[in-house]
Design a protein around this ligand. Sequence first.
Ligand code: FE2
Length: 238
Amino acid sequence: VFPRNRQARIQPSEIEQMYDAGATICVTGMEQAHPRLHAAAARVRAEMAYAGEITFRAYLSPPGSGFDLHFDARVATTLQIAGKKRWWYSKEPGVAFPMHNSGREPAGWPRTRPPARSELVEVVLEPGDVLCLPAGAWHCAKAEGKSMSLALNMAFDHKGGGFLDFVTAILQNRLVRDAAWRQPLPVHPGRKDRMPDPVASMLRVRIEELQAELAALLNNEAELTRAWRKAMRAMRSK
Ligand SMILES: [Fe+2]
């Protein structure tokens, strides 16, 4: 990561050169290579019954280097291991449970304005200190002093673990058994201004079926519990 959060994916052989050029080096997927981190992520997920994903990243910053103001679509818990790092963060998330990091929102997705520096809380992390920022909290950081900063970050990624994911998985599981829901939308070439009547009427029937499914689901505790257990099993096997 270079100033203004410009990022490049690099090979391990390039780390030294990039570090010397002033970049913060971020190693993602640490839990895949490190058995104890893998076990720690699994244990934390099970203890918290966290439906999202938990991963580890390591950050190595040369003196004075860090990140410019941004927010991430995940909870970031950073453990300072060596050196010092100055952090600035917003007291409240700019967006609650965002689906995208700031600046990475797709077209049409609302963007929030970053807060002024004066509104941010400032803190210096020393070895052993932990800072936990909710997903969507604006933050920036800079390695303090003359030595490099090394930190380990445990990230809680809520993507795939939300209520929308849970409910759509139940509906998907039920509705996919019906051929009417698996068939492609009818072909009606040449009409772009208005939905053709046959398509509109089929769509209405599907939406009515969907309403009936949801109404039945509301009082079907057994089905909801089964889906919940399945989600928990999937979470544990991640
Ligand atoms: Fe961040």
